[in-house]
Design a protein around this ligand. Structure first.
Ligand SMILES: C[S@@+](CC[C@H](N)C(=O)[O-])C[C@H]1O[C@@H](n2cnc3c(N)ncnc32)[C@H](O)[C@@H]1O
Length: 312
């Protein structure tokens, strides 16, 4: 089956990355390899593209798709948080650019059979890496009411988090919740009809997003990765983060600002002791957004926010 995903903000990202022949770039989130392929075209004949994805389907698709690029590509079925180990395996100290296009590919939503969407009735799994331990069903069937409420409220910004958590606990005393459409049904049952009608999206959208973020520990991984990304860039190297969730975007925005090195010492200190150094130049003062034309061609691009920083 053809791997489905259209790369988002491709031209903008390739321009920002400023790819040069012979240089080395990391695509942390290979997906359908759309960004990777465009980078490769810019770095031939002797550049290197390191592609990472925690989903084995993405790696097997990209292995086939990028075969013509031979030794210009190295692919890793890994979590991008392990980039420092990957580079040390390759005896590479620093790279010239890093891109992370966070979240899910269309292929994962439509073809993975792992219950990422309520449009199909599939096992409630939601793991990007099927070797990882916890599935969405484990969370839904085992976490406490308080923990479920926190996940739905914090990761999904779901206003009816408490009611939904209460409903799940009540259902669980009678039966396990095992599939995507079972969960979607119980979520709909928990949200008052009037509130459901006011929503533009399916009432279970926020709960599904929250569970996916929890299963894949998406925010923790991003938090843990950012300082390594800065450390592993050559001076002049750029990092591009494309997020689709306000919490992810906030994590990137705040870390970029902290790297700008504003002194955090109290005002009445006679001299600076925090030693914050300016280590980046932020190239996107406001997050980059896809054009209207891109969103109408590819609705998945709708909520994309691009932030780019250059290491000094
Ligand atoms: C939005 S898609 C990337 C699409 C890609 N840029 C393209 O052009 O086709 C996100 C991909 O990142 C992968 N992914 C998400 N979080 C990851 C992580 N922590 N480590 C490795 N891969 C991750 C997902 O499995 C998915 O394949």
């Amino acid at each position: 089956m053809k791997y489905r995903h259209t790369p988002v903000m491709l031209d903008e990202i390739i321009t920002y990355l400023n790819c040069k022949p012979g240089n080395c770039y990391v695509d942390c989130t290979l997906g359908g390899a759309g960004h990777s392929r465009a980078i490769l075209e810019k770095i031939l004949p002797d550049g290197l593209l390191i592609g990472i994805d925690q989903d084995a389907d993405a790696i097997s698709n990209a292995t086939h798709l990028l075969k013509p690029y031979g030794s210009n590509v190295r692919l890793f079925h890994e979590n991008y948080v392990h980039l420092p180990n990957i580079l040390s395996q390759l005896n590479i100290l620093k790279v010239d650019g890093i891109i992370a296009d966070l979240g899910l590919s269309l292929n994962q939503i439509e073809n993975s059979g792992r219950g990422f969407s309520f449009q199909k009735n599939e096992p409630l799994d939601m793991r990007m890496n099927v070797a990882s331990e916890i599935t969405a069903a484990d969370i839904v069937n085992n976490e406490s009411q308080a923990q479920l409420e926190t996940i739905f409220r914090d990761y999904g910004e779901e206003r009816w988090a408490r009611k939904i958590a209460q409903k799940i606990i009540a259902v669980r005393t009678v039966q396990k919740i095992s599939t995507s459409q079972e969960l979607a049904k119980w979520v709909c049952d928990a949200i008052p009809a009037r509130a459901q009608h006011q929503r533009k999206k399916h009432p279970a959208t926020k709960v599904f997003m929250a569970l996916r973020i929890a299963v894949n520990r998406e925010l923790e991984v991003l938090e843990a990765f950012l300082d390594d990304a800065l450390d592993l860039l050559n001076p002049g190297g750029r990092m591009c983060f494309l997020s689709f969730h306000s919490l992810e975007d906030r994590i990137v925005k705040r870390r970029f600002r902290s790297w700008e090195g504003n002194c955090t010492c109290p005002r009445d200190f006679p001299e600076c002791i925090c030693n914050n150094k300016k280590s980046v130049k932020i190239l996107t003062r406001k997050a980059g957004r896809p054009s209207d034309a891109e969103v109408s061609d590819n609705p998945m691009a709708r909520s994309a926010c691009l932030r780019v920083a250059e290491k000094l």
